[in-house]
Design a protein around this ligand. Structure first.
Ligand code: 26Q
Length: 766
């Protein structure tokens, strides 16, 4: 038995006390687990050697109770407590709100990183915003996405600790004699969540800032009769951290978003500088600051401002010091997602920062920071970082060739790769405990914190392969029950579960998948007795509220589901399910029950992907393009265990130059042409037959994402998937090899890479 940081007895006593005080079971378990973390939290705050601050507008942490109990080895005690209270631990887990303080991959990566840092003992802190409403709740009304505010704080905040830290943050105003006089000030109040590492020896603090008014209530104004205006300052300050921007890539920046970004940066840097004890010149020996994309890139000018205006450094010295501290991670090459802010807006909201940006632009003309009246945040972040990293090998190479080609030529040492990873604690042990048990049975303990030990599963023992296949069957049976009970779709648990779950976006090509589904349905109807492999097509994901095309794709998937699921000809051969309100908890339910992992983005567009890694680690076989980290997954699991299709990034670029590429592809692929017909002939919506003509027109017309050109090869790979699946033993073998060979995709490996190549930080030992 390992040493627990808290004894079961102490934990039980903590829970009892809370139950006696009237807490519910879930609250009592969370509260007692949180209290157990106080010593870890104190230790994490005590400064020692160098540490890293991970600045991110998003932390998609999801539920925390199950992960915390496992880290502390308290699951058994918690289960017994639940039984005594007439409930089950599973039910209590389900009652915890899913904290969705992020949009997708970038936010979930940040959460995996904090957990890995805590597990391996990397001293660090995460800084984010305490959004009152995280990513919107999605429901479906007649097949269409409807957004409602999400409310993760409805049960209070059982995980939070109050560090009693607050800072003033200014906006607007003017600069006189180099001194900034903000026109507006708000308070940033810290709320801490401790993220424990496996074994409970360390924790990393996630410090979330909430905006409040300096003077919440104006009694004078109230007494004067202005009852609403008396609270205006509070309402306006609170608006800052009210909602997460529900955007993954699209859409131009709004002033409130820039305010949010600066608010995060100003509060976090103030907090870090307050804790810095040594000489200023030693700052880079004590602190590394990692920028999660450009969203916190105003940290560069802010740090320079603090150093010049506050500490009296010369501009050049300040720039050099800031660059030693800062590093920047790029997560996208999509031009529409590259942040840029109008100079006028920047000058109005942050006049002193705009001066600094102009000085930087003059000092580093090759950086291209200012361009046609806009501040290009990627260029700014690059210019002020000592390292800039991409998130997969392919993405990093494309960064060098495209967005940052000029800057890379000037600073050839700066760009490095750190391929993403995921935490195996949540994404194997947490969500798939039966699989974890099989693995431990085969290779013993220790793999969960040293994931490359999964390679020890090879040479694969037939018993282990069977046991893994048995776990998959059981997970699928459980999912089938849930789909029937919660979503009214009965499915055959023996069918291949084919799953695409991620934000809805044209480049991710959910429309390629649904068009293939339609074509498959048509062929099944033509010859229902032809020995088809039964499929369940599962989709989930949210569309940005203003992204019309993505919303149409959701609508189409749901219309296809309605028609296909009611079809007696195809029956159990084909079912289509769109699971609403995709979030971390839904992913934890779907991934362990998946056979086929859809990673079908247009090559060159998906920076990395991390869902792809979770699926492989849970024994799903990938059908995918040579994009992002798919390339590295395929290299590791072996080409014979991966269903590759589609054009390469280079072929994509060349194909796009051919006039009429889509029309030509449609003409040469009758299956696609026939499937596209259904989008304007009323097959799926008889009272408005051409409702989906927009999607059809896009695919057959401009088709920027090459759906038409990749369709034929996708169809071929899908039929190969059928053939593989028909051989159950062969499939089980390939699935097991995916597990055994994916250990490299642990975020522990990624964090070690950042520590070595970027932060210059060593792990601390327990
Ligand atoms: C920017 C400006 C204004 C409002 C919103 C935004 C914004 C917000 C979020 C822009 C982008 C994002 C999120 C991007 C993201 O999640 N990228 C994903 O990052 C993952 C982790 O590296 C990768 O695996 C995915 O490939 C990448 O798409």
């Amino acid at each position: 038995m390992r040493d627990l940081p808290i004894s079961e007895d102490a934990f039980r006593a903590g829970v009892d006390m809370r139950l006696a005080a009237g807490d519910g079971v879930a609250e009592a378990l969370c509260g007692a687990a949180r209290d157990a973390m106080v010593p870890l939290w104190r230790q994490a705050q005590a400064s020692g050697g160098k540490r890293v601050a991970y600045l991110s507008m998003e932390f998609l942490i999801g539920r925390l109770l199950r992960e915390t109990l496992r880290a502390f080895g308290l699951e058994r005690a918690a289960s017994e407590i639940c039984a005594a209270q007439g409930t089950t631990l599973g039910e209590v887990f389900e009652a915890e709100p899913d904290a969705a303080l992020g949009n997708g991959g970038l936010g979930r990566l940040a959460a995996c990183f904090l957990e890995s840092m805590a597990t391996i003992g990397c001293p660090g802190v995460g800084y984010g915003l305490r959004y009152e409403h995280g990513l919107f709740r999605q429901s479906l009304v007649q097949g269409k996405q409807v957004e409602a505010p999400e409310d993760w704080l409805r049960f209070g905040a059982p995980w939070e600790l109050n560090p009693g830290r607050a800072y003033e943050v200014g906006f607007g105003g003017h600069v006189t004699d180099g001194v900034w006089h903000p026109g507006e000030r708000v308070r940033a109040v810290a709320h801490d969540v401790a993220v424990p590492g496996e074994g409970g020896r360390f924790a990393v603090i996630l410090r979330l800032w909430q905006a409040e008014a300096l003077r919440p209530f104006d009694l004078g104004r109230f007494n004067y009769g202005d009852h609403v205006g008396a609270s205006a300052a509070e309402a306006s300050a609170r608006a800052l951290t009210r909602v997460l921007y529900p955007d993954d890539t699209n859409e131009a920046g709004k002033a409130l978003r820039l305010k949010q970004e600066y608010f995060l940066v100003a509060a976090s840097l103030a907090d870090l500088m307050a804790d810095h004890e040594g000489a200023l010149a030693d700052l880079a020996d004590a602190l590394a600051v990692q920028l999660n994309d450009t969203h916190p890139a105003i940290a560069g000018p802010e740090l320079i401002r603090l150093l010049v205006d506050g500490w009296g450094l010369a501009f050049d010295e300040a720039v050099a010091l800031a660059r030693k501290v800062l590093a920047y991670t790029n997560h996208t090459l999509l031009p529409e997602a590259l942040e840029s802010w109008p100079e006028g807006l920047m000058a109005w909201l942050l006049p002193r920062h705009m001066e600094i940006i102009r000085d930087l632009d003059a000092a580093l003309p090759e950086a291209g920071i200012l361009d046609h009246g806009a501040v290009r945040m990627g260029n700014l972040a690059f210019a002020l970082a000592h390292r800039v990293n991409g998130v997969s090998a392919l993405h990093t190479e494309l960064m060098k060739e495209t967005v940052f080609a000029g800057l890379h030529a000037s600073y050839p040492e700066r760009i490095v790769n750190q391929t993403n990873g995921v935490t195996p604690r949540r994404w194997i042990a947490g969500c798939n405990p039966a699989l974890a048990e099989v693995i431990t049975g085969a290779i013993g303990d220790g793999w969960l914190t040293d994931l490359e030990r999964l390679s020890g599963l090879e040479p694969l023992d037939g018993g282990v392969v069977d046991a893994m296949a048995g776990v998959k069957r059981a997970n699928k049976a459980r999912l089938a029950e849930w789909l029937a009970d919660e979503h009214g779709v009965p499915v055959d648990p023996g069918a291949m579960f084919d799953v695409q779950i991620k934000r809805i976006h044209e480049y991710k090509r959910q429309h390629l998948n649904i068009l293939e589904t339609i074509a498959l349905w048509q062929e099944m109807r033509d010859a229902p007795e032809a020995g088809w492999v039964p499929r369940v097509k599962i989709f989930a994901g949210k569309a940005a509220p203003g992204y019309h095309f993505a919303k149409e794709i959701i609508h189409l998937i749901n219309r296809v589901a309605e028609r296909v699921n009611a079809d007696e000809v195809t029956g159990d051969l084909l079912k289509v399910v769109f699971v609403p309100n995709y979030n971390v908890s839904v992913a934890e339910r779907l991934i362990p029950a998946s056979d086929l992992s859809e990673q079908i983005s247009t090559a060159g567009k998906e920076a990395s992907g991390t869902g792809n890694m979770k699926f492989a680690l849970n024994g799903a076989i990938t059908i995918g393009t040579l994009d992002g980290a798919n390339v590295e997954i395929r290299e590791r699991v072996g080409a014979e265990n991966f269903l590759l299709f589609g054009m390469t990034a280079e072929e994509v670029a060349a194909r796009r130059e051919i006039p009429g590429h889509a029309a030509e592809a449609v003409a040469s692929e009758p299956r696609l042409a026939r499937a596209l017909e259904t989008l304007h002939d009323g097959t799926f919506i008889d009272d408005w037959p051409d409702l989906f003509a927009g999607i059809a027109g896009n695919v057959a017309g401009h088709d920027h994402y090459l759906v038409a050109s990749d369709f034929a090869d996708y169809w071929r790979a899908q039929r190969e998937a059928d053939d593989w699946y028909a051989d159950a033993d062969g499939w089980a073998q390939k699935a097991a090899l995916n597990i055994a060979r994916s250990g490299w995709f642990s975020s522990d490996r990624t964090i070690r890479g950042y520590m070595r190549d970027i932060w210059g930080i060593e792990t601390v030992s327990a």
